[in-house]
Design a protein around this ligand. Structure first.
Ligand SMILES: O=C(O)CCC(=O)C(=O)O
Length: 315
């Protein structure tokens, strides 16, 4: 059994194995009614200037620390202190699950304002939702110049929830522009709750090796150009993509994924699990209550991994 799946001892066995609430995390409500409704209608929401300059500086420094192998981890080699930052970062498209090893990245998973907004929008499409939210994933994109983007996709293809509540909080560490490969979205494409099929794409110059969703009209796509410090929230059924970085600067982003804490997380079900009972517990509660606190959490180990990409430098 890998460290990522070793169950910790349950915090407390629920006598009847039914939802039982643990501690409650209170976060500030920062959105007005129009913003919440805008997210429900469009499937995405941009909050400019959510992060301070000091926070962005801390994220930039920690990006280099993580990539340099400052934190103990089998998958990230330790690089010499003397290696220039540029060299440390230059081959990395993305580091998956940095919050497993870095307390700084973990702090931004739990950022109060981000979690406040999440407690208002994550499952705002569900009547009676109580604002509870948990995190299951972080991804630190570095996306150096010439690196490809990711073709059309919906995140619930990769991380299924049971109530369409998957949501990304995409923290722009640098300005994100059309030139350096910002997000592009099809507004409203989350509404029907359909997950489109995927196939290999035919544009390796533009996109990395991830598959591409197809079978929909993308003529209404819009670029989401934002200043550093903005946070883009997007629903897990929203069709989105990003293009190649054609600038000479990095496009650094920390994107964390969350969901309604009341939904089980049937992510990579094991052979003996059913859709009804699969529930990965490599999660962190960030708002409200964890109805399944009695199950305890799974030890995620330090299963951080790198996504490199074949940068095409023929431009
Ligand atoms: O930022 C990017 O380039 C892609 C991010 C993305 O597609 C995602 O987080 O699902």
């Amino acid at each position: 059994m890998s460290p990522a799946t070793t169950p910790k001892a349950p915090a407390k066995a629920s006598p009847d194995a039914s939802p039982a609430e643990g501690p409650c995390i209170t976060v500030p409500k920062i959105l007005n009614h129009e913003q919440v409704q805008g997210f429900v209608d469009d499937g995405f929401l941009v909050l400019p200037e959510l992060m301070t300059t000091a926070e962005l500086d801390e994220l930039k420094k920690d990006t280099v620390d993580v990539a340099r192998g400052k934190y103990p981890c089998e998958t990230l080699k330790s690089l010499p202190e003397s290696m220039p930052e540029k060299e440390v970062l230059q081959n990395i498209l993305c580091i998956h699950q940095p919050h497993y090893i870095s307390p700084v990245m973990d702090k931004y998973v739990k950022h109060e304002k981000i979690c406040g907004a999440l407690s208002q929008i994550t499952a705002a499409h569900l009547p009676f939702w109580d604002g509870s939210v948990k995190c299951m994933q972080s991804m630190l994109f570095i996306k150096p110049p010439t690196f490809q983007g990711q073709a059309w996709h919906q995140d619930e293809i990769y991380i299924p929830t049971r109530d369409r509540s998957l949501i990304g909080a995409w923290i722009a560490i640098d300005d994100a522009t059309i030139e350096n490969g910002c997000l592009w979205v099809v507004p409203g494409s989350h509404r029907n709750g359909y997950l489109y099929p995927q196939k290999p794409h035919e544009n390796p110059e533009e996109f990395d090796s991830s598959q591409e969703s197809y079978g929909f009209d993308d003529s209404q796509e819009v670029p989401v150009e934002v200043k550093a410090g903005s946070v883009v929230f997007f629903n897990g059924h929203l069709l989105h993509r990003s293009r190649k970085n054609r600038s000479n600067i990095y496009r650094r982003v920390l994107v964390n994924h969350y969901m309604n804490a009341w939904s089980k997380l049937p992510w990579t079900p094991k052979a003996d699990e059913t859709v009804a009972n699969a529930d990965r517990r490599t999660i962190e509660l960030v708002a409200g209550v964890d109805p399944y606190a009695w199950k305890g959490t799974e030890d995620h180990g330090n299963n951080v991994y790198l996504r490199r990409c074949q940068a095409n430098t023929t431009d």
